[in-house]
Design a protein around this ligand. Structure first.
Ligand SMILES: NC(=O)c1ccc[n+]([C@@H]2O[C@H](COP(=O)([O-])OP(=O)(O)OC[C@H]3O[C@@H](n4cnc5c(N)ncnc54)[C@H](O)[C@@H]3O)[C@@H](O)[C@H]2O)c1
Length: 260
């Protein structure tokens, strides 16, 4: 039990801002070496300077960019132990006025970014004898936001991906979790913050999510979607069983919900 962070090398995507920055800071505080990987070079470089981390330019939507990142981090730090696949963007566009470009951009960052990141990191983590992956989903990965259907779709995809990957990665010594925060006070909320506060909606602090991520890293369990809500401890969401075929037919292994 337990997972010692000193000496571990952590890659944090979207680490230049918000939840990624707070988690990078918490990881540094716990003794890990941190690579802030972000598309925003100016903010990412400054964040790395502030935290005693290193910065690497990364566009999470690009497999080639992921390959360069893995090569660079391996050369500079000797390997990778932890991936926090966190970069993401909000949606907010009603379906009737959604442009092709907006749709592709949201899905590319929020979904491709996690798929390409997990694919790029599995080999390096395995070469270190195992490791940890945490992907940032959202409460919108577990509930439907009618005002943000494409964001909802993208964050449900992250939860499904994490749950489906967990059994295979467990055999490689890698745990993987999805973190599902409620509304958090970061630049992603943009103009909505004043309205939300007016409505009395409690906002989480990015530090609250960082603490939940470090909690995921500490445990040996895998495949959970952790709900993080203001004023509560993180809770592993319990999925209900899905009805099988009638007549007592047992579905084949691959069609059963993995019990981990
Ligand atoms: N803030 C919230 O209320 C909230 C709630 C639930 C989930 N989330 C999720 O948390 C994650 C982090 O969001 P945040 O609130 O900290 O937002 P943020 O805007 O503060 O940070 C997002 C970071 O991602 C980076 N990024 C964007 N596109 C990128 C790309 N293609 N490649 C690499 N980096 C890229 C940005 O430069 C930025 O540094 C996102 O996945 C978001 O969906 C946020």
């Amino acid at each position: 039990m337990g997972y010692d962070l000193p000496g571990k090398v952590a890659v944090v995507t979207g680490g230049a801002s918000g939840i990624g920055y707070a988690t990078a800071r918490a990881l540094r505080g716990a003794g890990a070496q941190v690579v802030i990987a972000d598309i925003d070079e100016r903010a990412g470089g400054k964040a790395a300077d502030d935290l005693g981390a290193t910065f690497a330019t990364l566009d999470v939507t690009s497999p080639a960019s992921w390959q360069r990142l893995v090569e660079t981090v391996t050369k500079v730090h000797g390997g990778i132990d932890i991936g926090f696949l966190n970069a993401g963007v909000s949606g907010g566009t009603p379906i009737a006025s959604l442009t092709d470009a907006d749709y592709r951009r949201i899905m590319a960052i929020n979904v491709d970014g996690v798929v390409f990141g997990a694919r790029a990191l599995v080999g390096p983590l395995e070469r270190r004898g195992g490791g940890r992956i945490v992907a940032t989903s959202s409460l919108a990965g577990l509930v439907a936001l009618p005002k943000d259907p494409v964001y909802t779709a993208s964050k449900h995809a992250v939860v499904g991906l994490v749950r489906a990957l967990a059994p295979d990665l467990a055999e490689r010594g890698i745990t993987i979790h999805a973190i599902c925060p409620g509304l958090t006070d970061t630049p992603l909320l943009d103009g909505a913050k004043a309205y939300l506060e007016e409505q009395g909606m409690p906002l989480l602090r990015p530090e609250d999510i960082a603490a939940a991520v470090l909690g995921c890293l500490a445990g040996d369990e895998t495949g959970h979607a952790w709900v993080v809500q203001a004023g509560r401890e993180p809770i592993a969401y319990r999925f209900r069983g899905v009805p099988g075929p009638a007549g007592g037919v047992k579905p084949p292994e691959g069609f059963r919900d993995p019990k981990i």
